[in-house]
Design a protein around this ligand. Structure first.
Ligand code: URA
Length: 206
C-alpha cells in the first residue's frame, strides 16, 4: 500500500513483528560481542530497499541506531541521490548488531552467529532488492568469496531476491575516487528498483 507515491506504509503488522524480533535480539548472547558494546543496534527504516552494512561503530553504539556517524551521513546522501530515505523507503541494517571492539571487522563466527537476526528481519520486510555495503556484507550474506572490487555493481539473485554489492561508505571516506563507482551502482540500483518494486520511484538524479 502506498501512502503517497513512492512511500511504503510500514504497516502495523510489520512494525509489530519487527518490535517483537527486536525484543528477542536485545537479549541475544549468540556471541561475545554484546559483552563489549553499549547496546544492540537492531536497524531502522521502512520497507522498500534493504541496505546492509557491516556492524555498528562508536556513534551507532552510543545512539543505538545504524549508520549515524560520518559513514552514515555519507550513506544518507548516496541513498538520497537515488531517491531512497530511511524515513520513507529504505531499511538500514547490519550483519552484526553489536559493535566489534575497536571497530574491527566481525569474525566469520560472529557474523554467522548474528545472521539469523538479519534473516528474520528479511522475512518480515520481504525486500526484493538488497544493497550490500562492503566486503563483510557481501561475504556474510551471499557466502561469496569474490572481492568487493570485482563483485560491485553486478546483481546476484538468490531465491528471487536481487542483491547489489557496492563499496562501503567508510571506504569512500578513505578513498573518494571510488565515489564514481558507487554512483554508477546507484544508477543500476534505481533502474532495477523501478522494474521490480516501484515503477513511479522518484530519484532526483537518475
Ligand atoms: N558502518 C557499518 O557498517 N554500519 C553502521 O551502522 C555504521 C558504520
Amino acid at each position: 500500500m502506498s501512502l503517497t507515491p513512492g512511500v511504503f506504509a510500514l504497516t502495523d503488522l510489520i512494525t509489530a513483528q519487527l518490535e517483537e524480533l527486536k525484543k528477542e535480539v536485545l537479549t541475544c548472547r549468540n556471541c561475545s560481542l554484546r559483552e563489549g558494546c553499549q547496546q544492540v543496534v537492531f536497524g531502522e527504516g521502512y520497507p522498500g530497499l534493504l541496505v546492509i552494512g557491516e556492524g555498528p561503530g562508536a556513534d551507532e553504539d552510543r545512539l543505538g541506531r545504524p549508520f549515524v556517524g560520518k559513514a552514515g551521513q555519507l550513506l544518507d546522501k548516496i541513498l538520497a541521490a537515488g531517491g531512497f530515505d530511511r524515513n520513507k523507503n529504505a531499511y538500514i541494517a547490519n550483519v552484526v548488531k553489536c559493535r566489534p571492539p575497536g571497530n574491527r571487522v566481525p569474525t566469520p563466527a560472529e557474523s554467522l552467529a548474528c545472521l539469523p537476526h538479519l534473516h528474520a528481519q528479511m522475512r518480515i520486510l520481504q525486500p526484493k532488492i538488497v544493497l550490500l555495503l562492503g566486503a563483510t556484507a557481501l561475504r556474510s550474506v551471499l557466502q561469496s568469496t569474490e572481492g568487493i572490487t570485482k563483485a560491485r555493481g553486478k546483481w546476484q539473485e538468490r531465491e528471487g531476491v536481487f542483491y547489489l554489492p557496492t563499496y562501503h561508505p567508510a571506504a569512500l571516506l578513505r578513498d573518494p575516487r571510488r565515489k564514481i563507482d558507487v554512483w554508477a551502482d546507484i544508477q543500476v540500483l534505481v533502474k532495477k528498483y523501478r522494474e521490480l518494486v516501484d515503477p513511479a520511484h522518484y530519484s532526483p538524479y537518475c
